[in-house]
Design a protein around this ligand. Structure first.
Ligand code: ADP
Ligand code: MG
Length: 346
């Protein structure tokens, strides 16, 4: 069997790879490298190919000590930046092997995780600070007065409830994320889901003075899904409509079967939760499903919001291979469409 040639091997590698001679001039670049660094790369010096100081320093290190070094590289494209990890290898016989790996996703995931931890800590710290302050006050002379005590204990109970809510939302977010790859397949009646949702939130609707109207055709088909998770989707949406849309005095939940929807194979069921409240500026719409994103932080907190409700909705809908479409105009209310495929998606 003939041995595989170096050019054939280079050609086959999906990651960009360059070979250079002992002086550092590129002798070979595989197609992935030409695509990333330009077709004119062969003949250039490695320093001219990678003009970033971190790579130059790594080149110096390997040229001096031999062996291997890694450096991170940023490419600013027209629409997106990509991050690459460059591995520089100087074999004992001389020359260079330089390979690149796209680490953009890893870097983004790390940043997201750091943000998440910082956010969670921050969200837990404020109620804890309040609790600690009131405990200290109650331990002092103020604790002797029954009225003050009752008032403080009320606030403390609210803060404890907020932390419980946050932990509950964090746990459901992590449960949904863990189950993300397992497609829910039970036949679920959208009608039953919506009715369970409305029953669960009836007290909130009454307290907010909001009428909840249902418009669900009797022939609305079942969808493959997870009943409890879908109830959670509509609880989060209805809760928001009651909170941020109360001014309209009315929320409508309607169901429709659609023959075709962009992004979904085959027919789908659309459940729409619409309110006529304050709405949101469309510039915020793409961010609403981000964890901890709230248009008005203080206001959301006041009403016990965690900023995780729509992030949970997004994950559950994604698990169902469905789509969430949000439309709103300030002062004209908000409309949340949950589109669920009728047939299992490929
Ligand atoms: N029906 C709605 N009308 C106006 N704004 C809304 C509506 N639903 C959600 N929002 C905005 O989206 C943000 C994120 O919602 P969510 O993830 O449920 O968090 P939370 O309700 O805990 O603040 C809310 O803080 C609010 O600013
Ligand atoms: Mg919410």
């Amino acid at each position: 069997m003939p041995a595989i040639s170096v050019p054939a091997l280079l050609h086959a590698l999906p990651d960009p790879v360059l070979l250079a001679d002992g002086d550092g001039y590129v002798t070979d670049a595989n197609p992935a490298a030409r695509e990333l660094l330009g077709a004119g790369v062969p003949g250039l010096h490695l320093r001219a190919v990678f003009r970033q100081p971190e790579v130059s320093a790594a080149l110096d290190r390997v040229a001096r000590d031999g062996g291997v070094a890694e450096a991170d590289l940023l490419f600013s494209g027209e629409s997106t930046d990509t991050r690459w990890r460059v591995t520089l290898y100087c074999p004992a016989g001389g020359g260079w092997v330089v390979s690149l790996r796209d680490v953009s996703e890893i870097v983004a995931a790390e940043a997201q995780r750091r943000d998440f931890v910082a956010n969670v800590s921050h969200e837990l710290r404020s109620p804890l600070t309040v609790l600690a302050g009131f405990i200290e006050t109650l331990q002092g002379t103020a604790g002797a007065d029954p009225d003050t005590r009752a008032e403080f204990l009320d606030i403390m109970a609210q803060e404890a409830a907020r932390m419980t809510g946050l932990v509950a939302d964090l746990l459901s977010l992590s449960r949904v994320e863990n189950a993300q790859r397992i497609r829910p397949r039970d036949p679920v009646s959208p009608d039953a889901v919506v009715r369970a949702t409305v029953a669960a939130l009836r007290p909130q609707a009454e307290a907010a003075g909001v009428r909840v109207d249902l418009d669900l055709p009797a022939d609305l088909p079942e969808v493959p899904g997870d009943h409890d998770q879908l109830v959670q989707v509509f609880c989060n949406l209805l809760e928001n409509a009651l909170k941020y849309g109360a001014r309209g005095g009315r929320v409508e939940i309607s169901g429709t079967q659609l023959a075709q929807v962009a992004g979904i194979d085959g027919p789908a069921v659309r459940i729409r939760v619409q309110d006529w409240g304050e709405g949101v500026d469309p510039v915020y719409i793409p961010r609403l499903t981000e964890r901890f994103f709230r248009v008005d932080k203080a206001r959301s907190r006041e009403s016990g919001g965690t900023g995780l409700g729509l992030a949970i909705v997004k994950h559950i809908v994604a698990r169902h291979r469905g789509r969430l479409v949000i439309r709103s105009q300030p002062g004209q209310g908000a409309c949340f469409d949950v589109l669920l495929p009728l047939a299992p998606q490929g």
